[in-house]
Design a protein around this ligand. Structure first.
Ligand SMILES: Cc1cc2nc3c(=O)[nH]c(=O)nc-3n(C[C@H](O)[C@H](O)[C@H](O)COP(=O)(O)OP(=O)(O)OC[C@H]3O[C@@H](n4cnc5c(N)ncnc54)[C@H](O)[C@@H]3O)c2cc1C
Length: 464
């Protein structure tokens, strides 16, 4: 390579790409070295015969204007009908939880709550005592399960909060740290003593604020989630992203980093960079040719649990599914002993997911509580869909994706990972980490953290 880019980013997932996007906006060049044959990491979409299947995320919930600005600056969101950004359909507001062998709608009004088979009067009254419950006084890190049980009671935990956790983390509520996995809830208790009182206080602050927060919006893209990384790459200077590249050595220099790498056509390079951003998944950190002492330092990060998850996307003729599919999908409680974690009603969430007269269902299985179920056969899934949704007939479309280490769990010892990352960055000039193992696992969290890091690096001199 003729020119020496200032920053090397290893990994072109959404985190690494957002670092590059913000660097580019600050006028700073970078190289992104990606081992796969396409950018985007977990954001991969597959279209065939009018169906659209997502391998990883199906939607993103936008609560922060900076994410919307990214969509605008990449040209994905425009005001015309040509906008790639699509909003969720009105039906997606409704969510089901499987309880006593059938999908039950989550109540959205006080009357529906009282009538719902999901909650007993006793459970509702227990949850209503929340404002009277004090702050956590226990020793050590509190789990999400303990937090919800303590504040809202066990029924809310088992029939609402735990299925919700399996929908986000594919995780075990008793093993996730409330402080790290659900920092907003943790902060509400810490700052306002109660979730209800905190929510009321925040709402009144918002009303007075000159910059009120945006109303959360669930979106995807007409051609699928992969449109997002593709648009970010298109906005970077040509030649920034090096797909199918292999990193052979990473050496610290007095004023930066030297990376020996090979590109897709086998050409070898020795490039010097003043900064190195590592944006691979946490479970791939150990395989990078980093100095041994860094690999050792990163042990609490590398060893974060990340259970396997399989997503099986199935298409059916509309008349072969009895259930109205009038919702976002159904989450399945752990005590239902289902082979599934949950099912997204993909073609009810967004347009352009199934051909006319057909529907698409995205079935998730595996996760921390039952990792072995990630291996379920299609037949097991079809039998369960028949039981829960009255699905008959053979699928008109199938697409299976398996993630061996799907989502890093912010467990009870996660603080060690936070400290290890900070210590590693502080002891190695010009070394930075970005990825879903830090600051949030959702796509918007990865976007915001990546943009923030890129902006910081773009506006400061390399710390040689
Ligand atoms: C099944 C599933 C469903 C999900 N659903 C949702 C959802 O609906 N909404 C939501 O907000 N979030 C969802 N998530 C979470 C979200 O998609 C991820 O947390 C996020 O995309 C991670 O982005 P990342 O850039 O940090 O990592 P990744 O996407 O993992 O990207 C890391 C990149 O590094 C590359 N890499 C690895 N090793 C090397 C190497 N040695 N050299 C060079 N490159 C390397 C990889 O190929 C990859 O491109 C889901 C995740 C999964 C797995």
């Amino acid at each position: 390579m003729e020119e020496t880019a200032k920053t090397a980013i290893i990994g072109a997932g959404i985190s690494g790409l957002c670092v590059a996007h913000a660097l580019h906006e600050s006028g700073q060049p970078c190289d992104i070295l990606e081992s796969a044959d396409q950018a985007g990491g977990a954001l991969r979409s597959f279209a065939q015969d009018g169906y659209l299947a997502e391998q990883g995320p199906n939607s993103i919930m936008i609560k922060d204007r900076r994410v919307m600005q990214l969509l605008e600056s990449t040209g994905l969101k425009s005001t015309g009908i040509g906008s790639e950004v699509i909003s969720s359909l009105p039906a997606a507001k409704k969510r089901y939880v499987v309880h006593d062998g059938a999908p039950r709608a989550m109540p959205t009004s006080p009357m529906a709550l009282l009538k719902s088979p999901l909650f007993s009067l006793r459970g509702i009254l227990r949850a209503a005592t929340e404002p009277m419950i004090g702050r956590y006084r226990g020793e050590g890190e509190e789990s999400f399960g303990h937090f919800v049980r303590r504040r809202l009671g066990s029924e809310i935990l088992s029939n609402a909060a735990a299925p919700f956790v399996s929908g986000i983390y594919a995780g075990n509520p008793e093993e996730l740290s409330v402080r790290h996995a659900f920092p907003r809830l943790w902060k509400l208790e810490n700052e306002h003593r109660s979730l209800v009182l905190g929510a009321i206080a925040l709402r009144s602050e918002q009303k007075k604020s000159p910059n009120p927060r945006m109303t959360p919006e669930m979106i995807s893209f007409r051609s699928g989630m992969a449109a997002l990384p593709q648009a970010i790459v298109a906005g970077l200077p040509t030649g920034t992203v090096h797909l199918k590249s292999q990193i052979n050595a990473i050496r610290p220099l007095p004023d930066g980093w030297q990376i020996s790498w090979t590109d897709a056509s086998g050409h070898a390079f020795n490039t010097e960079y003043s900064r190195l951003v590592i944006a691979t998944p946490h479970h791939r950190l150990g395989a990078l040719p980093l100095p041994t002492e860094i690999i050792e330092q990163l042990k609490p990060v590398r060893t974060l649990d990340a259970p396997p998850v399989t997503s099986l996307v199935l298409g059916f003729k509309r008349e072969d599914v009895e259930h109205p599919l009038d919702g976002f999908g159904m989450l399945i409680k752990a005590d239902e002993n289902s082979p599934l974690l949950g099912v997204l009603f993909s073609s009810s969430m967004f347009d352009h997911r199934a051909p006319e007269g057909h529907v698409t269902l995205t079935c998730m299985m595996g996760g921390s509580l039952s990792p072995e179920l990630a291996e379920n056969s299609d037949e097991v899934v079809l039998a369960e869909l028949h039981r829960l949704l009255g699905v008959r007939g053979t699928p008109t479309f199938r697409y299976r994706s398996s993630w061996e280490n799907a989502i890093p769990q912010y467990g009870l010892d996660y603080q060690e990972a936070v400290e290890a990352l900070e210590a590693c960055e502080n002891s190695h000039t010009g070394l930075y980490f970005a990825g879903n193992y830090r600051g949030g696992i959702s796509v918007p969290d990865c976007i915001l953290n990546g943009l923030q890091l890129g902006k910081r690096l773009g506006t400061t001199e390399p710390d040689a």
